[in-house]
Each structure stands twice: as structure tokens, then as C-alpha cells.
Write a protein that binds this ligand. Sequence first.
Ligand code: 5AD
Ligand code: SF4
Length: 439
Amino acid sequence: MSKTFYIETFGCQMNAHDSEKVIGTLEQGGYAQVDDEADAGLIVYNTCSIRDKAEQKVFHRLNEYKRMQGEGKRFAVIGCVAQQEGERIFEKAPYVSIVSGSASYRNLPEMLARLEAGEQRITGLDDRQTDQTFETEFVSRTNPHRGYITIIEGCDKFCAYCVVPYTRGKERSRTAASVLEEARRIADLGYTEIQLLGQNVNSYQDPSGAMTFAELLAAVGQIGGIRRVRFTTSHPRDFTKDIVDAIDSYETLCDHVHLPVQSGSSAVLHAMNREYTREWYLERISWIKAARRDISMTSDIIVGFPGETERDLEDTATLLDDVGYDAIFAFKYSPRPNTPALTMLDSIPEQVKSARLQHLLDRQRAIQRKNYERHLGEEMDVMVEGHNAQRAQVIGRSSQNKTVNFTTTQPILPAAGSYVRVRVTQVFPNSLVAEAKVV
Ligand code: 5AD
Ligand code: SF4
């Protein structure tokens, strides 16, 4: 087998960052990454199983493996589908050699050595017992400006619809000292933005007891050279007011909180095992709204959860009005293996789920159209991400994570990763248009 690999990543930012660590680990083991599957001795798919569609995508790609059989290639399926399906993957796709969940990635070098020694089928599966995290100094960062840092892995929340507690194992946090050490290291490399990652960052528990999540956030925000700190994802149950206070106190902490509500109906929230009510959630929102800074709020929503009535849906619609999110990510409920909701009757027809989804998206669009108006005339710093040559615009992102397209009179366009002060001249429901300030 040639020591070259190709990797494709599905799913969330945790997965994207896991891939960065996997790439670093493989490179350390003497493997070289290639951009084309055809040139690779080892093909790695880092998979997602959050909804059925995501999982189907993976099996579709796996079927394409068949074409490449007999070319001396080896295949590895890692990530959430690997953990969920385990050895069944070998039945569905006999040409796969490695099946590994994220909690076993630290064993990848050993698995690769066994593969090289001629073993045909190797598994690394988690039984929710592990205390280990995948900390490695061999991270190959693929995003040149945003440095991801995992602070907590796994999830102990067991929302009724969610695969994550089964695919990513139990919650385990890294020490604050090790997180800060990594943050300083990547600041020294020139990164100006850091995103702290975890399935539920708010339940971060420093094993050494030195810092709370809010204190860690503040400490990362005070590292020299760091201009933006983001964190994702938050859980309302564990979201504490000191997080809002930290954002208010340190300009480098981005003025954006992604706080998934899932539903505006307390009855549905109860059925989902979210462990909070609408009122509890809105209290956290009131802390954010009372902040000195204008903190942008975004959310995830699931429609069509078993038992959801039109009345429940209306509760979600009015919650959108009450909060005034700057963006939502809304999904139709998708029954997942192993989850408690699988035993509930998924009785809401697909067309009804689609209609409910559309109803919320329409409502939210009107909210955003109005919300974004507050930015007209505002000055803000934009981190440049790219250029749109056709429209002679620079594309970037605000601290609130909004897309900003701006023009500049400078003869040389600002480079990706640089920060430009702009003034907003026009607003759309999903983006802002601006002019660079002449300095
Ligand atoms: N069906 C639909 N959406 C889901 N999510 C998680 N599990 C499911 C499911 N079974 C959504 C939630 C979560 C986001 C990442 O994906 O809204 O916050
Ligand atoms: Fe997908 Fe969830 Fe796994 Fe991320 S943690 S890859 S969203 S299933």
C-alpha cells in the first residue's frame, strides 16, 4: 500500500477539527496527504450520522468505493457513522479495513501499523467508558486563520432525538492549562481567531479545577495576538450568566452566542429530554439581551418531533419573535438509531414536517429582514475571507459571524486573514454590504 492518503470530512466543526488532528497524526506516521482519491493508497471518510440524510450520503460514497476496489487501495471509515454502525460496516462494505469512532483516534498510529503488517479488518470502537481525549501535538490546521481547539469531547445529555452521546462517548474535558498552552502556541503561529469546540462547551469542567468555562473563555481572550474568540455549541441547561459577563468584559470574545432551543414548546422540550422549559430558556436570552454589547443570537430548531402539535409549532414561531434571532438552523426530525425517541411514534407525515419547516423559515426571514436593519450605518471590523472578483467585492465576517461584502478604494485588495474597518451601507436578511473606511 502506498503511504498516501485522501480524506473527506462530513458533518460539524468537531469533525472538521478531528480531521485536522487525524491528518497531523497520519503525516507524523509517514503518510502524505493527496487531493485526489485516485492517487491515494488509503482513503479515509470522516463521517456524520446526525440525520438520516447525512448517513445516507456516507453510504452513497461508500458504494463508490466499489469502483476503486482492486486498485490496491485500503479504506477507513471513521467518525460518527463508524461508531454507530461498528462492524456492520464490514458487512455493508467488505472492502473497508478500518472502522474507528472518534474516541479511538489516539490509537490510529497503532491501527495503521497493523494494517501495514497485513491485517484486513481493524476496529476502534468506544463503549462510553473511555476517559481519554484525542489530544495531539500533530494538528495539521487546514483553516489558515481560524484555529480550532477542542476543550470537551463527548456528551452526557441524552436528548431523546440525538445520536451524539452514542457516537462521541461520555463527556471528558481537557485541563485549562493544556487548552491555554495550545491557544498560545497557535497565537504564536499567527492565528488571530480561536474557536473553542465541544458538543456542549458549557458543561466544561476543568479536571484540575482551576477554571470555569467563562474563566477559560476570558483567559483565551487575553492571549496576545488573539482578536476573536468563538465557542460552540452551547446548551441552555448549562449556560451561565458569567459567560455573558465575560463577553461584556473582553472585546476579543465575539458578540455572538449560538444557543440551540430546538422547540419553543415546554411540552415538546420535555419530550425531547432537554431539561429546561421555554421560560428557563427565555431567562438566559434576557441575560444576553441585557448585556452592554449587542450580542447576536442564533439557534437550532427541530420540527416534527413525535407528538408535536400545531399549537407547539406556534409556540416555536412566537419564540422566534420573542428572541429575535439573527439566524436559525432548522431541521425536520429524523429518527436515529439507538435514541430514546426511536420508540416514540414518528407519526407526523413528511409533507407536514416540510410545511412546518417552511412556516418557521418564512417567519424567521421576516425577523432577520428587520433585525439586520440595526446595522445600517454601523462601523465594524471585518475579517477578510476572500474576494468576489465579479462584483469587485471583498468577502469577510463580522465579530457577530455575519457575512459582510464590502468595496474598497485601495488599489491592492486586503489579504485573507486581515481585518478591515468598514461602514455598513446596505442590509439583506443574511448579509451586510459595506464600504471600507478610508484611513
Ligand atoms: N433530527 C433532526 N435534527 C437533529 N439534530 C440533532 N439530532 C437530530 C435529529 N435526530 C439537530 C439539532 C442539533 C443540530 C446540530 O442538529 O437541532 O442542535
Ligand atoms: Fe455529525 Fe453530530 Fe457527529 Fe458532528 S457530532 S459529526 S454533527 S453526528
